[in-house]
Design a protein around this ligand. Structure first.
Ligand code: CA
Length: 218
């Protein structure tokens, strides 16, 4: 199940997308302006944002920056279909770009592709040669045997699996796993990392990045 945020000020379009996507695979939430979208992104975690460019409050380009800080992939969804807009959106880091009006089948295909490319789908994620996460069952196996993790340890491991070879900032890790603003609680992150390393034999793979945080090396 992937959580998708639709940031779109036209209710009819948002409803159409929501109706098409909601089901066993996706759960959609809707924000009608850029400020609400940013607030929702801060409060909750999403796997993907379908982002209109012309939004009241804060426009799509501003919300995109926010999504990037939170490492949430974005598909731009917009009536602005000129080459310049397309290039600007992609250059700024959007994963894809859909011009309105669009076919729902095309939207579905692009959503699927982006989620797959960003490692957000699939029931079993693996870290060869020994570790597997079943994201539906929320279980972890090492060399085929179950490993007992606390809820926070699991969330932390999943975050690194979804961001392999990426240096994650301590405050970003804290916000995503603990769902709160970083209040200098770096010990909390460090202690959980130490336990994860020990439980999963990740001492040489979950490495500290000086002055930044941690990176899972693959
Ligand atoms: Ca709009």
């Amino acid at each position: 199940m992937n959580k998708i945020l639709i940031a779109e000020d036209e209710a009819a379009i948002a409803n159409l997308i929501k109706t098409a996507l909601d089901g066993p695979d996706y759960q959609c939430a809707w924000a009608a302006d850029g400020i609400t979208a940013s607030d929702m992104l801060e409060r909750d975690s999403y796997d993907l944002v379908l982002l209109d460019i012309m939004l009241p409050g804060a426009d799509g380009y501003e919300v995109l920056e926010y999504c990037q800080a939170l490492e949430v992939p974005v598909i731009f969804l917009t009536a602005k279909g000129t080459v310049e807009d397309r290039v600007r959106g992609l250059r700024l880091g959007a994963e894809d770009y859909i011009t309105k009006p669009f076919e729902l089948m095309e939207l579905l295909a692009r959503v699927e592709t982006v989620l797959r490319r960003c490692g957000k789908t699939g029931r079993v994620l693996s870290l060869p040669p020994d570790i597997e996460i079943d994201t539906a069952a929320r279980t972890v196996r090492r060399n085929g045997g179950p490993v007992a993790l606390t809820a926070k340890e699991y969330d932390l491991l999943l975050l690194f699996f979804q961001n392999k070879n990426v240096a994650l900032y301590r405050d970003s890790i804290y916000r995503k796993v603990w769902g709160e603003d970083f209040m200098g609680e770096s010990r909390t992150v460090d202690l959980h990392i130490q336990r994860l390393r020990k439980k999963l034999g990740l001492e040489n793979r979950l490495v500290a990045v000086y002055k930044i945080g941690y990176r899972l090396e693959v």
